[in-house]
Design a binder for this molecule. Sequence first.
Ligand code: PAF
Length: 281
Amino acid sequence: MKTITQLKTLRNILCPLKRTGKIIGLVPTMGALHEGHCSLMRKARRECDIVIISIFVNPKQFGPQEDFDRYPRQKKKDELLAQKENVDIIWHPSVDQIYKKDFLTYVEVERLSGLLCGKSRPGHFKGVTTIVTKLLNETTPDILYLGQKDGQQALILKKMITDLDFNVKVKICPTIREKDGLALSSRNAFLTEQQRRESPILYQALQHAKKDILSGERNAQRIIKKIRAMITKTTSCTIDYVVCVDKETLSPLKNIVGSVMIALAVKFGNVRLIDNILLKV
Ligand code: PAF
């Protein structure tokens, strides 16, 4: 496994591999790797000749009051994990290399980027789509691996890839959870013991909603109200949103029919957690 920090070196390695038809898989990450990332790396390993992971804490997807500075950085630990998963290349550029002083170009998926997380984190998805465009150009993958935990991000990146004709297939992989249901996230490490104890209610509330829907409930407002009540009753977190939306358009649903995403975002103190489930009704 090689850790590469210079674009020229990366291109010198990848060009001949592309020419000989090797299938390249990319798992984009911001580091602080956990089992969720490992599941993506493993899938990429099974399906590709060359597995690349990128590690880059992207300043452009954090708001001024957000956790860019304290986002966990653990290069050595990440390298060991990636090595264990048989990754071929870690693409680990510096911020100065990615965003030169005169950087002026952004990619934005309209409408979808302003909804849900985009409402409370203005500019976040513009930062994500811009960096992922750069990562795709730099690593030239055939397959891009993303996690369903960041459901809105996955949808926006799929739309960008379709709209801009990127020659890459997108695979969205299931959310990996702790035994008690909490979706894995690099931010979970910031939860206090008390918050960590309270956090499984997020998934439990989503599972309750699923059960209600499978038993015939179709009223989205009632479902949302019940999820909110379960969360506020048992935790100290503040709810950013709970929504029942169409999985492809993110439009809010009045009646629960079709391909549905039930998604939520909450804050435990400064720690923002998101989760979602998909349903076909
Ligand atoms: O999901 C993430 O870790 C990031 O948003 C991504 C896709 C690596 C872009 O910085």
